[in-house]
Write a protein of this length. Structure first.
Length: 173
């Protein structure tokens, strides 16, 4: 949390949270319970640049901000928990580590299984009284199909950031 006292970190976290909110508005519905979303990529960038704790804050702010700006259903705190855990996962696997396709794949698989497929299915089942098992299977199959797309997008984003040295200057604590 001390990192958030650094003006540069706070500014970047705020920009990424705002970008994640905007990206949350862009989604491709596949079915009533499955959609292709892109906000998690921005939270992943926050995790890789700023670490797990700051990325958790970015995830929380992006979820709450997205809800208050343009709600797409009732507020449910479970999705805020999912957004925070998304930052934690990506920060754990990507922060202060050299680029590695293997690390990106592992982070994306952990996020896809733990958050997108399992945890968010639990929240949907609770919120809309959906049958858990059937919903989980449908979301897991959809997530498995989407997995390579998300890996490619995340790889291109992280490689782009590294290539253009956008944030290479060390961020002081």
């Amino acid at each position: 949390m001390l990192q958030l006292k650094n003006v540069r970190v706070l500014t970047l976290a705020t920009i990424l949270a705002a970008l994640a909110i905007v990206m949350g508005f862009f989604k491709l519905p596949i079915s009533q319970i499955v959609e292709l979303r892109f906000a998690s990529h921005v939270i992943a960038i926050a995790g890789s640049l700023l670490g797990p704790v700051v990325a958790m804050v970015v995830g929380i702010i992006s979820d709450l901000g997205g809800f208050f700006i343009k709600p797409t259903g009732p507020f449910f705190p479970g999705f805020t928990i999912s957004a925070a855990l998304t930052g934690l996962i990506y920060g754990f696997f990507l922060y202060r580590k050299p680029f590695s396709l293997k690390r990106i794949i592992i982070a994306q698989v952990v996020y896809t299984v733990a958050i997108s497929s399992l945890l968010n299915t639990i929240w949907l089942a609770i919120l809309y009284q959906l049958p858990f098992y059937e919903t989980f299977i449908a979301r897991l199959i959809s997530s498995a199909i989407q997995l390579p797309i998300h890996i490619i997008i995340l790889t291109l984003l992280i490689k782009g950031i590294e290539r253009f040295n956008i944030f290479k200057a060390p961020i002081k604590k």
